[in-house]
Design a protein around this ligand. Structure first.
Ligand SMILES: NC(=O)c1ccc[n+]([C@@H]2O[C@H](COP(=O)([O-])OP(=O)(O)OC[C@H]3O[C@@H](n4cnc5c(N)ncnc54)[C@H](OP(=O)(O)O)[C@@H]3O)[C@@H](O)[C@H]2O)c1
Length: 327
């Protein structure tokens, strides 16, 4: 994709940086951020964006709630991607839960309002959602047609997020809710796994039977290009590789890719004890996410990294060895 104007709200985080790497060289990117200083400094420390990646990238301040000067930049854009939202990697206290909800619905409303102010609205609006919208699935795969939804906290977050998106009236802008699985790249969720590997703890977590749906960040970007180019597509799409694995298999392939012969398992009681100490929730590793991308495959999309071993091989070669080995 070339010479497009792409707005990325919340584009300072892990997935945003991967999108800058993918789209930045050949397109004009506008990154909406609440914190200009952090946006410029807080980059992935061992795989930082190059000056070429950033050549056409403009960082612009917004508050994630209200329309403002930034609306002018949405005018005439080709794609708006909204990734903004408080990280779910925290303790689910009432305050954090509220912020997780509000940061998502507020940013959706702000973008919807901005699009309605445009004389020349963007063609496509891709809003982040999550594959964790489906229930804890140990019995069968979940897809856009037959997936089931329960009502635990993370499911409620996704439901409200998507509802906020679909409530926005943007008659000239196609909307897509991208239900992203755990997104893999040289950073993000792999960082805590690298730390476990370093200390010999790269075994399965819990029973290891819980399913692990994942996607290579490059395939996420490729899917957005596909959705843009196929003008009839809109609605909800799972963004995950067609080959999810169990947690035990994920850890095995990660150990193999990083050259670790063994890794001690983390039993459920250890995770329950440890999670409050490191300010997170066990759900993030113990929930069984068994999700497949039926709809996008039906449109003819092909994943570059359908298999985890290939995805990990590509990612690990970009990460210095000292990140996942003590010596
Ligand atoms: N990573 C995954 O595997 C994954 C999987 C499924 C879904 N998702 C969803 O995809 C989105 C992007 O993921 P990510 O891993 O790139 O997340 P991330 O690294 O946490 O980045 C999210 C960005 O959202 C902005 N943000 C944080 N708190 C906010 C708030 N209270 N109000 C408005 N903006 C706020 C921040 O930008 P500024 O501080 O610059 O404003 C931050 O850089 C998130 O919404 C996440 O829930 C991620």
């Amino acid at each position: 994709m070339k010479n497009k104007k792409i707005i990325i709200a919340g584009g300072t985080g892990f997935i945003g940086e991967e999108m800058i790497r993918y789209f930045g060289k050949n397109n004009h990117l506008v990154i909406l951020t609440r914190q200009m200083i952090n946006a410029l400094n807080n980059r992935n420390k061992y795989y930082s964006l190059s000056s070429t990646d950033l050549a056409n990238v403009q960082y612009v301040k917004w508050d994630g709630i209200n329309t403002g000067d930034w609306v002018a930049l949405i005018e005439g854009a080709d794609i708006v991607i909204n990734l903004a939202g408080k990280s779910v990697n925290c303790r689910y206290t009432p305050k954090n839960k509220q912020e997780i909800f509000d940061s998502r619905t507020d940013s959706v409303n702000a973008i919807g309002n901005a699009i309605r102010l445009c004389k020349n609205p963007p063609e496509l609006w891709v809003n982040a959602s999550s594959a964790t919208i489906y229930r804890n699935a140990v019995d069968r795969r979940q897809d856009e047609y037959t997936g089931e939804y329960h009502n635990d906290f993370s499911v409620q977050v996704c439901k409200k997020w998507e509802k906020a998106l679909y409530e926005q009236e943007t008659p000239y802008t196609r909307k897509v809710a991208l239900r992203m699985a755990i997104t893999l790249g040289p950073g993000g969720v792999l960082i805590p796994y690298f730390n476990l590997l370093k200390f010999g703890l790269g075994g399965r977590q819990g029973s290891g039977n819980q399913m692990y749906s994942w996607v290579h960040a490059e395939d996420t970007c490729r899917m957005i290009v596909w959705l843009y180019e196929h003008k009839h597509l809109s609605g909800t799409f799972n963004c995950c590789s067609p080959n999810p694995v169990s947690n035990a298999e994920f850890m095995r392939l990660l150990r193999k890719a990083t050259g670790h012969a063994f890794g001690l398992p983390a039993y459920e009681w250890m995770l329950k004890l440890g999670a409050p100490l490191i300010g997170t929730e066990t759900e993030l590793v113990l929930k069984s996410r068994w999700v497949v991308p039926t709809k996008i495959i039906e449109t003819g999309f092909q994943f570059k990294y359908p298999l985890l071993k290939d995805a990990l091989a590509d990612i690990i070669r970009k990460v210095p060895r000292r990140q996942y080995h003590l010596f």
